[in-house]
Every structure is written in C-alpha cells, then in structure tokens.
Design a protein around this ligand. Structure first.
Ligand SMILES: NC(=O)c1ccc[n+]([C@@H]2O[C@H](COP(=O)([O-])OP(=O)(O)OC[C@H]3O[C@@H](n4cnc5c(N)ncnc54)[C@H](OP(=O)(O)O)[C@@H]3O)[C@@H](O)[C@H]2O)c1
Length: 334
C-alpha cells in the first residue's frame, strides 16, 4: 500500500516521502480500516521536526498521522463492537500512528462508528481536537454559566472548543485576528476579541477557566485574568509535575521541567489556582459520546482546506503556517 513515511528529523519537505509498504495485518482486538480521510494536526509536523523527541524517539522510517475516518474491511476474532463495512473514525494510539496511508489496523477500543451526518473528511477532522478538549474541560469541571477564555478560536482546537463549551452552557470568550472575528462569532462565542486591535487582558476579567492553546506568555498571563481559585488548562504550555510522571520522564528531565515552570508554580500559589497540562488520550467511548452531540447538530466540523493524498506535504506546510481556519484534512480515497 501507499504510505507517507518520516525518514529523519528536520524540515518537512526533505524528511518525508511516499513509499510502497506491506498492508498491516489485523490483530485479535483490532479492526483493519480502509482509510478515506486523515485529519492533520500540529503534532504531525512537530514530530517530523524533532520537537517531541525528548518524549518519544522515532525509529525511521516511521509512519505519520493520528486522525482517521474510513471503512472496516476486516476484524479480529475478539472484536464485537464493529462489523465489516462499518464507517468508523478514530484517533489512533500514540504508539501506532500511520493514518497518512491507505490502510491501518486500529485497536477496536479506540474507534467509534462515525456520526451519521458527517462525510469522511468531516469525521477525520475531529478526533484529536475533540478528545483533547473533552478531556481538558473534564479536568476543568466546566459547567453551565462558567466563564471560559478559549485562545485561538479560529484554529483546529478553538473551532471545536467554542462549540463544545457552548453545548455545556458556558459563557465563551475567544481571541482571533480581524478577518476571522465574524465567522468565529457565528460558532457561538459570546465575546470575540480581535487580538490585532485589542488587548484581551484589558477585556477579560474574573474568568473561571482559561483554555490555553498558545503557551508561553499566554500561559502565565492566564493567571492575571482568572478569578481567585480559577483554573488554567494548557495544551501548549509547561508540563506539570503529575503529567511529567505519567509520561515516564527521567528524573533529570523532570527536574529541568520543574525549573522551567517555577514562574507558574508561584502564580498558582498567589491565585490559589489550579493548573494542568493536558496530554490527550485516545478513546473510542468518548468518540461515541461525541457522535451523539454531532448528530444532534450541537457541533459542526469546521474544515478550512482538504488536500489530495499526493499533496500531503503541502497540507503539512499549510498547517505549519499557523493560520488555519478550522481543520486541514487529507482525502486519501474519493
Ligand atoms: N497537549 C495536547 O494533547 C494537544 C492536543 C492538540 C493540540 N495541541 C497543541 O495545541 C496548539 C493548537 O492546536 P490547533 O490544532 O488549534 O492549531 P492550529 O489549527 O494550527 O491553530 C491555528 C490558529 O491559531 C490562531 N492563532 C495564532 N496565533 C494566535 C494568537 N496570538 N492569538 C489568537 N489566535 C492565534 C490562528 O488564528 P489567526 O490566523 O486569526 O491568528 C489560527 O486560526 C498546538 O500547539 C498543538 O500542538 C496539544
């Protein structure tokens, strides 16, 4: 089968290429899926660039891609939640990527039937951003009437997070640039701040939860706008102690991370705040819950651009520019 493979760490264009490789075989608890569409995420280009090698070292050539929608063509003896011909979507295991390919074998607990009202492209755009946000809001215990600031409302995460926070009855503040203000508001955000014109720190006060999708100064500044005892949930900032242990990082790396987050540790104490770095976990059952929300039209898939399989490198380069309006997907089979 045709698959995109990573050949080494470095820039995107010189370190990935298409290869003909053996089709995967299906384990007892796996489904073999013919891939119709693969969602693209920042983690894909960050892995190629070696940004994550301190956490997980690749053996080259390495498969790429985590989000997928397709059709079950074979199933293992112990699979009883899927049948041949079912349309499924998944965020595959972190140890077994490879959705930028024609086929993939997936642990049956990490997949769900696709929402009935979505195309393959739409379904493949959702798993990673949805699971990250669902797990982040769970940690934040987000509830109706909580005020939440979602940074980068126009991005892959932001477009999902705004709709999901509204489905929970929260009051949503979000940031984006001038050209995106109108359509981001149409996703349901209550207050859309144009970061090119206004400083969000002057507008947002006493917030219950900040969903930090940007990291750096955005993480530390979050503590200036949360209420006393408020929560900062980050997917792009400093890794907290608990997560560094969960990741199995060695003592030296954990020590370096603790030095790096010293400023945050002080801010947590000053504001009696809660801080958590979320590293998403794949989950078929959460995708099953999401299917219902989507079929009730509470959440739409927002796709900026779809690329053909042969244009996968272009898709990664486009996403890396950091200006996506929603999600980028690769159409593998038409
Ligand atoms: N920890 C985890 O498990 C996890 C999971 C998923 C994602 N992430 C991380 O979360 C981050 C966001 O992911 P994503 O998929 O949303 O990325 P993305 O789709 O590439 O984000 C692009 C968006 O960011 C917006 N943006 C850029 N700078 C901004 C700023 N200063 N203020 C407001 N908006 C800004 C852009 O809007 P404008 O063009 O209007 O500026 C654009 O719409 C990435 O770093 C990703 O690696 C982590």
């Amino acid at each position: 089968m045709k698959a995109l493979l990573i050949k080494g760490y470095g820039d995107i264009e010189s370190n990935i290429s298409f290869e003909d490789i053996k089709e995967p075989t299906c384990g007892k608890k796996q489904i073999l899926v013919e891939i119709y569409s693969a969602g693209v995420n920042p983690i894909d280009y960050k892995i190629i660039e070696g940004q994550l090698k301190a956490f997980q070292k690749l053996k080259f050539p390495a498969p790429i891609g985590f989000d997928v929608a397709g059709v079950v063509i074979e199933k293992g003896d112990e699979v009883n939640n899927f049948n041949i011909g079912d349309k499924v979507y998944s965020r595959v295991s972190g140890n077994e990527p490879g959705t930028f390919a024609e086929f993939i074998a997936i642990d049956c607990n990490l997949a769900s039937h696709m929402p009935n009202n979505l195309s393959f492209n739409e379904a493949s755009s959702l798993p990673l951003v949805a699971l990250t946000t669902i797990q982040s809001f769970e940690k934040a215990e987000l509830k109706a009437n909580d005020k939440i600031l979602i940074h980068a409302g126009s991005g892959g995460i932001g477009t999902f997070a705004i709709q999901y926070a509204k489905s929970k009855g929260a009051i949503v503040y979000t940031t984006t640039s001038t050209n995106n203000v109108e359509w981001v508001g149409e996703l349901g955000a209550d207050v859309v701040i144009d970061y090119k014109k206004d400083n969000y720190l002057d507008i947002v006060k006493d917030i219950d939860v900040v969903y930090d999708t940007l990291g750096g100064k955005y993480t530390t500044d979050a503590f200036n706008i949360i209420k006393e005892g408020g929560k900062v949930i980050s997917i792009a900032g400093d890794i907290d102690k608990e997560t560094s242990i969960e990741l199995g990082l060695n003592t030296f790396v954990r020590f370096l991370l603790s030095l790096k987050r010293m400023k945050i540790t002080k801010l947590i104490t000053k504001k009696s705040a809660y801080y958590k770095f979320i590293l998403m976990n794949p989950s078929g059952s959460q995708l099953k819950d999401l299917k219902l929300l989507i079929e009730e039209n509470k959440i739409k898939a927002i796709i900026d651009k779809s690329f053909n399989f042969s244009e996968s490198i272009k898709a990664l380069l486009y996403l890396k520019k950091g200006r996506a309006k929603g999600k980028i997907v690769i159409e593998i089979k038409k």
